[in-house]
Design a protein around this ligand. Structure first.
Ligand code: SAM
Ligand code: SF4
Length: 325
């Protein structure tokens, strides 16, 4: 059952839900050391409210959901939400993006609740650098989380590395080598010049990353299950894959299929535009499912053609951590 498309004829079938703006890390490029102003408990959608929105969206043709944050695993009872969402018949893929710190603890429970796949953000393989980038995190927790996710069957486990010049771009070959020796699916993501911790808007483009990886052999195109804009390749004899995501050097807006729901109940048609439609207050006033669907359609109709990062437009209203990446 499909049918949701925007004013540029793009089919919209993917909803990313941020379940909290809180986080147990403070990555230097994402949050200030003291954290960001946090939403109060009453501002955050309840699981029942998230379910009502997902159900209405599914009725319009959304069939894939990704849970994100902040850090989604710091919200109490997340498996319960996964279980509720997995009961919506037409949702056929539920995935999660996490920093992995709590993943070893939750992997089995999440899988049993209906989670299919997980993406783990990991920007370095060096213990002390991990502590620096995350302002205090323990790398071994994430590595244990990745293994636990794999054992629980949350495959393919994708490892997202945001490449930041001078911070971690000397580790490109180490990450790529992991895909040869082990079944790691690593995705290199261009750093978007947003806010914290990076002094300028410089980034390493995917074409430069590919040049640097050339010493490891030819990259053969391949495919990996997923709903996003990554392009995948495999190094010779590799067990895993390498994906590239180019939000800055080559935007993928013309194929964008997604909507975003913020933790405080705003439906956001584009990560990089401030436009939002409030669903929380109408829901709390007792809006019907049909009226909810009308609001979702309105958000879809407002989806901009493309972002304007290249012209220097960066959304000012919310930190990246609140929209979920
Ligand atoms: N806390 C979870 C995590 O870290 O995976 C989910 C939320 S986090 C905001 C989602 C993703 O956004 C992470 O992979 C993070 O590295 C990425 N991210 C944050 N700031 C970014 C930026 N300026 N450019 C590119 N990616 C960014
Ligand atoms: Fe937290 Fe994820 Fe942002 Fe790091 S990238 S501070 S883990 S929300």
């Amino acid at each position: 059952m499909t049918g949701l498309s925007d004013s540029f004829q793009r089919p919209i079938d993917y909803l990313r839900i941020s379940v909290t703006d809180r986080c147990n890390l403070r990555c230097v490029y994402c949050m200030p050391a003291e954290g960001v102003h946090q939403l109060s408990h009453g501002d955050i959608l309840s699981y029942e409210e998230i379910y009502a929105i997902a159900q209405a969206a599914a009725g319009l043709g959304i069939n894939k959901i990704r849970i994100t944050g902040g850090e989604p695993l710091v919200r109490a009872g997340l498996p319960k939400l996964i279980q509720m969402l997995s009961q919506i018949d037409t949702i056929d893929d539920i995935s999660l993006t996490t920093n992995g710190i709590l993943l070893a603890h939750y992997a089995e429970e999440l899988r049993a609740a209906g989670l299919r796949r997980v993406n783990v953000s990991l920007d370095t393989l060096k213990v002390n650098r991990f502590k620096y980038i995350t302002r205090g995190g323990d790398l071994s927790d994430v590595l244990k989380g990745i293994e636990a996710a794999r054992s629980a069957g949350l495959n393919p486990v994708k490892i997202n590395m945001v490449v930041i010049p001078g911070l971690n771009d000397d580790e490109l070959l180490d990450f790529a080598a992991k895909t040869v020796a082990e079944e790691w699916h690593v995705r290199f993501i261009e750093h978007m010049p947003f806010n914290e911790g990076t002094s300028d808007s410089s980034f390493v483009s995917v074409s430069e990353i590919k040049e640097r990886l050339a010493v490891l052999g030819e990259l053969e195109p391949c495919s990996v299950k997923g709903n996003g804009p990554a392009k995948y390749f495999r190094l010779p004899q590799a067990k895993g894959t390498i994906g590239f995501i180019t939000p800055v050097s080559e935007h993928f807006c013309f194929h964008c299929n997604r909507l975003r729901l913020t933790a405080d109940g705003k439906l956001r048609p584009c990560l990089l535009s401030e436009a939002e439609i409030d669903l929380r207050e109408p829901l709390r006033r007792g809006i019907s499912s049909e009226e909810l669907k009308k609001l979702i359609k309105k958000a879809v109709a407002n989806k901009p053609r493309q972002h304007h990062l290249a012209e220097g437009h960066v959304p000012q209203d919310r930190p990246f951590s609140q929209v979920g990446g």
